[in-house]
Design a protein around this ligand. Sequence first.
Ligand code: PNS
Length: 178
Amino acid sequence: MALRSRPSAPTDKYMPEILAIYPGSFDPMTNGHLDLIERGCRLFDRLIVAVLTNLEKEPFFTVAERVEMLAAVTNKMENVSVDTFSGLLVDYARFKQAAVILRGVRAFSDYEYELQMALMNRKLEPKVETVFLMPQEEYSYLSSRMVREIFKLGGPVKGLVPPLVEERLHRKLFPQVS
Ligand code: PNS
């Protein structure tokens, strides 16, 4: 694990760099995801946004498309990178030497699933800590599934996803219109 100096604390000279992984399917990324990435990159030294490649269901966007959108939207954030993973999340976290798994908790309904996942991940790899952050209230009802559904049924997704994602959604459904 890389060490960085902490000049203001002479008795405790070195502090380990904290690498966090923010995993998900991001199909597509929403403004809620972006909000969490912004919070995560302020808290941790490095943040890897990790896209799960082995989705059970048929995705709306390919993994390459999702990675490309995430990379474009986060390209100004110097300590954020985008990657993919398959298999167990804790194996990937171990491979990357990450100390933290970052997850967002929106409504109370998320809690049970997230708690189950965090506790199972802790059982599988006690050295990796799951950290939950809450997105901005206005994104607490937002999910990728809802965005896909609204968009497919012709509803507006403006303000729910970054403009680039909105444009890619349109391009996906209406490829003939540039
Ligand atoms: O935000 P999402 O799409 O609900 O993300 C779910 C994700 C990718 C974090 C979760 O499905 C996952 O970690 N999958 C990898 C397989 C794994 O490690 N399963 C055990 C977790 S209990």
